[in-house]
Design a protein around this ligand. Structure first.
Ligand code: ADP
Ligand code: MG
Length: 253
């Protein structure tokens, strides 16, 4: 029993080490963004060009917001914070994220949005859905180091009992938010473990293994399901299926 306890402790320390290693790197980048912006603003002011300082202060402010967002997500993860579910228009949320996604993935990756007109609203925490979407897009980026195509789409789907063999959610209408990439794909032994907190195949400092565990936790708490299709060399599609709340517009599926 003592040996088991020691092992458990070691596993926990390993997890904590991976966590702090990965996050510290992200956090450092954000702090550098803050420091860089403040330094540039200080120089402009010293040169008597205070009017040009504003955009550097804005950049610093943006980095502060990103750092705060990261700690908020971490706390939500650690504490399983209660979400604040409200009706969210999935198409509008995805469209509103396009610019941020484009920035996050960089110019080597082409982003295409395929939003079905009339996709309904879902009830969930909008911030968490945004985080989930961003996590999926960043994973897609990491899977396409040489560039590629990223498709983010929404559609309404009807799931029958046969589509949900293990009964993890009730049959009915769902809004699917999907992220597809033309990247490396995953072998089955990776697919099996992707939702585990701290599971990552990325080098230390690049992966935290918290992305898909956030996605999974969020979707579960919102009464939905996650489906992944992937094969080595054939890209990956992750679909978040969230219960349809209300149909929008005129389209009827
Ligand atoms: P992280 O991105 O920090 O490694 P995630 O939980 O987001 O953690 O992902 C866990 C692992 O799942 C990744 O390390 C990677 O091996 C695999 N993975 C996730 N998304 C993709 C994808 N789109 N293409 C290929 N592999 C992926
Ligand atoms: Mg990730």
């Amino acid at each position: 029993m003592a040996a088991e306890e020691t092992l458990r402790q070691a596993q926990k320390m390993e997890a904590v080490g991976q966590l702090t290693g990965g996050i510290a790197h992200d956090f450092n980048n954000m702090l550098q963004g803050v420091a860089g912006g403040l330094e540039m603003a200080r120089r402009r002011i010293a040169e008597g060009r205070a009017g040009e300082a504003g955009r550097y202060l804005d950049a610093a402010r943006g980095a502060v917001d990103r750092a705060a967002g990261l700690t908020r997500r971490l706390l939500a993860f650690a504490r399983r914070q209660r979400l604040d579910p409200k009706p969210v228009d999935a198409d509008a949320l995805v469209a509103g994220m396009a610019d941020l996604i484009r920035r996050a993935v960089g110019p080597g990756i082409g982003l295409e949005l395929r939003l079905r007109d009339g996709t309904g609203s879902v009830v969930c925490d909008a911030n968490e859905l945004e985080s989930a979407l961003l996590n999926l897009c960043i994973n897609a980026r990491d899977a396409m180091p040489g560039g590629g195509r990223l498709l983010v789409g929404t559609e309404e789907v009807r799931l029958s009992a046969a589509d949900i063999p293990d009964g993890e959610a009730p049959p009915g209408c769902y809004v699917a938010v999907s992220v597809s990439d033309t990247g490396t794909g995953m072998p089955p032994e990776v697919m099996e473990r992707v939702f585990e907190p701290f599971f990552t195949t990325k080098p230390q400092g690049q992966g935290t293994g918290l992305g898909l565990s956030q996605v999974y936790g969020f979707v579960k708490q919102s009464g939905g399901l996650v489906r992944i299709e992937s094969a080595p060399g054939r890209g990956t599609t992750v679909r978040l299926l969230l219960p349809l709340h209300e149909r929008m517009g005129a389209a009827e599926a």
